[in-house]
Design a protein around this ligand. Structure first.
Ligand SMILES: Nc1ncnc2c1ncn2[C@@H]1O[C@H](COP(=O)(O)OP(=O)(O)OP(=O)(O)O)[C@@H](O)[C@H]1O
Ligand SMILES: NCC(=O)N[C@@H]1O[C@H](COP(=O)([O-])[O-])[C@@H](O)[C@H]1O
Ligand SMILES: [Mg+2]
Length: 390
């Protein structure tokens, strides 16, 4: 007989799932970690694992029916979310809500909610299913524009187009790197923002709680470093919080959301959101007394969030692989942890295989300013060496 606080079926077992699983284990939950490959980071710390494609609706339903969890907690976008909606109708609790997972699975879903239903400020955009539509979309947005598959994450298939003769390459690149089988992209106006942020927004039974804004820098559409707090005017913070509150209240349910904005002066432009912990929010592993993973869990379980202790200016920097390999060893940890200037910590995800640019770990730093924390985190990350056996 198992005894536990709650049984959680985790759909997606990457680095974010692993930290969430650790938070859940600390409060006595049973965690069953699912992903399409064995040995995924969250599986390494969970009570049980299931290896299957979560895009396969039959397998997804079968896993939920067999485990009968108290909570189904999605950790990735690549999930057959219609099945989650059906299951919710049958009494299964999907976190934060089946509607949130359905609307954020594809970029067109969340765009409709934010721009059309709620009237939030977004970039100009058009959808396209052919090269001709792409050209028309770019006429509408102007150049430069950003082209992304509606089904993708971490920048996959995304590119910025600066002249019309690059549109065909961008379209082909998006179609070749999209998830799913329907070729559909969003053509977005390029926003020349001053900076971009993630606003971690927790929807609880007692109301909405915000964390200090997280600044981040992306390359190839993928996160490289993040820091907290991001320096923002009171006007800009208030605008971001107002939009975040509207969108999480619309999506419903309880949990933490990572709401992304572009900021230009006092203008705040909604970009997209994750209805779950956000990669740039890994900085909270060192900056906050309750991390984004703890907050997600507390909101899900209905536990109190009296205040979120902030430990001071902090940063995270990613450790990326540079090739395909299934024989990996990590070295340089001692040097990384001894990086001067800040308190430093590391997370090594121990993914079973690498590929170019795959995120394998993250360095964390807390200092007396975000500038020092960023410099220290970047240096610590560069001191971790991946030794490839082949
Ligand atoms: N319209 C835009 N104008 C300027 N930069 C953009 C635009 N769209 C995206 N970017 C840049 O690309 C990054 C990734 O874009 P976006 O968040 O839409 O993609 P994603 O693949 O969903 O990323 P993730 O899943 O990691 O959050 C943004 O954080 C931003 O740096
Ligand atoms: N921006 C989304 C994001 O950061 N997702 C995180 O990356 C994992 C996939 O990594 P992988 O592609 O290396 O398996 C996901 O499982 C999640 O933890
Ligand atoms: Mg994003």
């Amino acid at each position: 007989m198992m005894t536990f606080t709650a049984k959680i079926l985790l759909l997606g077992s990457g680095e974010l799932g692993r930290e969430f699983a650790i938070s859940a284990k600390r409060l006595g939950c049973e965690v069953i970690a699912c992903d399409s490959y064995d040995g995924a980071p969250a599986m390494q710390v969970a009570d049980a694992r299931e290896v299957f494609s979560m895009l396969d609706g039959d397998k997804l339903r079968e896993a939920v029916e067999r485990h009968r969890p108290d909570f189904v907690v999605p950790e990735v976008e690549a999930i057959r979310t219609e099945v989650l909606a059906e299951l919710e109708g049958e009494g299964v609790t999907v976190v934060p809500s089946a509607r949130a997972t359905v609307m954020t699975m594809n970029r067109d879903g969340i765009r409709e909610v934010a721009a059309v239903e709620l009237g939030l400020r977004t970039s100009r955009y058009r959808y396209a299913e052919t090269l001709e539509d792409v050209r028309a979309g770019a006429e509408h947005t102007g150049l430069p524009c950003v082209i992304k598959p509606v089904m993708s994450s971490s920048g996959k298939g995304q590119s910025t187009v600066r002249s019309a003769d690059e549109l065909e390459t961008a379209w082909n690149y998006a179609v070749a790197n999209m998830r799913g089988d329907r070729a559909r992209v969003i053509v977005e106006e390029f926003i020349a923002f001053d900076y971009e942020i993630t606003l971690l927004t927790v929807r609880t039974r007692e109301g909405v709680v915000f964390c200090p804004p997280i600044g981040h820098r992306q390359e190839r559409g993928d996160y490289q470093e993040s820091w907290q707090p991001a320096a923002m005017s009171d006007t800009a913070i208030a605008a971001a919080q107002d939009m975040a509150r509207k969108v999480v209240d619309d999506l419903g349910g309880y949990g933490l959301f990572g709401v992304e904005f572009f900021v230009k002066g006092d203008d705040v432009i909604f970009s997209e959101l994750s209805p779950r912990p956000h990669d740039t929010g890994m900085v909270t592993l060192i900056s906050q007394g309750l991390t984004e993973f703890d907050l997600h869990l507390r909101a899900i379980l209905g536990l109190p969030i009296p205040n979120v202790p902030f430990h001071g200016p902090s940063a995270s920097a990613v450790i990326l692989a540079d090739r395909n390999s299934d024989s990996l060893r990590y070295a340089g940890l001692a040097e990384a942890l001894a990086t001067p200037g800040a308190e430093v910590d590391l997370r090594i995800f121990a993914k079973p295989t690498s590929r170019p640019y795959r995120r394998m770990g993250v360095a964390l730093a807390r200092a007396d300013s975000t500038d020092t924390a960023r410099a220290t985190a970047a240096q610590a990350a560069s001191r971790v060496r991946i030794d490839y056996g082949d």
